[in-house]
Design a protein around this ligand. Structure first.
Ligand code: KG4
Ligand code: ZN
Length: 343
């Protein structure tokens, strides 16, 4: 099997190649620099950049893997969720390739790819579905915050999601209030490293609520009021660090608290985490502490597979094909699905 996969759901253009279950190429071009001056992702600009980058990225991935399009046996692409026109750009490339070469097209759910990304392990990388044990999976990115019950490979059920802002969105919006450039999550994380997490008691939204859902917009609003009330932070780096550390502690405590509670309720002893926010040092440390205290397993996606990439799309597509699961397009009627829910 020589499978090429395309990812273009947001602001990263990615193409990866998997040969017989092993990742042989993973090329990602990020558009962060183009979107920074607007303070967020501009959908039209994202689409234009994808259209510009897709073919060079695909050519590079094929070269890295040492194959040509004629060697391909399968094509996969992110079908959704994501920005509609951005998805369309990558999906159309994959569909055209599959059509021209007479190959099956494997549509992949972006969050399902994040969900299994902690099991991308070994060198060369592969998806170790043989190692999957029942776990609670936390998918935390700029667009989504999900808690999922994973009984095994392809046996998952979404238990909770955010009612408003995603965790990454909350980090980015608070960072913007503090004058940090987009995406502010990583910068807020870096400042938090040298701040006091107990300096300010920001809310832990829905932490005590019985549901597995999250809500982060109230936390952002409470930080906004706090920053407006006393503006000394503008000229005091140490105050800024304390605010970042306190916001990070509020988000992380909420995420970890809810993940631990669901894991206990399901009788599992393993937590996994994926998505861009899994790069957050505070989250990685708190999850490690929570799991080691209970003697639970913890699988965190490697930083390279946390933010958007095509490797997770390619490896999941190959594993699903092998397992005979999922829908495969042979009639070319399949379209991207920007609001596709993970079920
Ligand atoms: O998964 P991803 O690349 O894209 C989406 O599908 O949204 O995640 C991007 C998000 C952004 O909100 C970014 O600020 C956040 O992940 N992020 C972080 C860190 N690194 C990335 N947030 C907090 N701390 C970090 N170290
Ligand atoms: Zn993502």
């Amino acid at each position: 099997m020589v499978l090429l996969a395309v990812e273009s759901s947001c602001d990263e253009t990615g193409v990866a190649v998997v040969i017989d279950g092993l990742l042989r190429a993973n090329v990602v071009v990020s558009q962060i620099d183009q979107h920074r001056e607007y303070g967020g992702v501009v959908p039209e600009l994202a689409t234009r950049e994808h259209l510009k980058n897709l073919l060079p990225v695909a050519r590079q991935a094929l070269a890295d893997a040492g194959v040509t399009v004629r060697d391909l046996t399968h094509v996969a692409a992110t079908r959704g969720p994501g920005l509609p026109a951005a998805l369309q750009a990558g999906f159309t490339l994959a569909q055209s390739l599959a059509y021209a070469l007479g190959l099956p097209l494997i549509p992949i759910h972006h969050h399902e790819a994040h969900l299994y990304s902690p099991w991308i392990q070994d060198v060369p990388a592969r998806l170790r579905i043989d190692r999957i044990q029942p776990n609670v999976s936390l998918i935390v990115s700029g667009g989504h915050t999900l808690l999922v019950d994973v009984a095994g490979f392809q046996r998952h059920r979404v238990c909770g999601s955010t009612l408003d802002d995603a965790a990454g969105e909350c980090f980015d919006k608070v960072a913007k209030l503090l004058g940090l450039s987009y995406p502010g999550g990583p910068q807020l994380d870096a400042l938090a490293e040298r701040g006091n997490p107990k300096a300010h008691a920001f809310p832990r939204p829905l932490l005590k609520d019985a549901s597995d859902d999250f809500s982060f917009s109230g936390l952002k609003t409470s930080v906004r009021y706090f920053l407006d009330r006393d503006t000394r932070w503008m000229s005091d780096e140490s105050l800024r660090r304390d605010i970042c550390a306190s916001v990070r502690a509020a988000v992380v405590e909420t995420l970890v608290g809810k993940a631990v509670r669901l894991t206990r309720r399901l009788g599992y002893s393993c937590i996994t985490a994926s998505g861009g926010v899994t790069c957050n040092r505070g989250l990685r440390e708190e999850l490690a502490t929570a799991c080691s205290r209970r003697n639970w397993g913890l699988q965190l996606a490697s930083p390279a597979y946390c933010t958007d990439n095509a490797a997770m799309i390619a490896l999941l597509a190959a594993a699903k094909w092998e397992a005979g699961r999922g829908e495969f397009a042979s009639d070319w009627s399949l379209a991207p699905h920007s609001g596709w829910e993970l079920s």
